[in-house]
Design a protein. Structure first.
Length: 91
């Protein structure tokens, strides 16, 4: 991510969900892939979409295809509860 926020007018929405937890996972995946993004809540944009909630992820147009590929790979192979453990195995 850059030190300066990305200007909304130059961004492309690549992910839109009502589930904040899913948006946080996608955000982490994109950031780990080196994709700059803007992560916003639709609740902040009530003048545009009244009565809606959820999260939007926007990226620069030149990174939109790469971001969509990362998201598609995540959706094709989501981690199951068995894959994720907060307690490390004992040695």
């Amino acid at each position: 991510m850059t030190d300066q926020p990305l200007a909304s007018g130059e961004l492309v929405t690549v992910f839109d969900t009502e589930q904040e937890s899913e948006a946080l996972v996608v955000r982490a995946l994109l950031e780990s892939a080196g994709i700059e993004l803007q992560f916003t809540s639709r609740e902040l944009q009530q003048d545009v979409w009244p009565g809606t909630a959820g999260m939007l992820i926007r990226v620069r147009p030149d990174q939109a295809d790469e971001a969509r590929q990362v998201i598609a790979a995540y959706r094709a192979n989501p981690a199951s509860d068995a894959d994720v453990s907060e307690i490390p195995p004992e040695p």
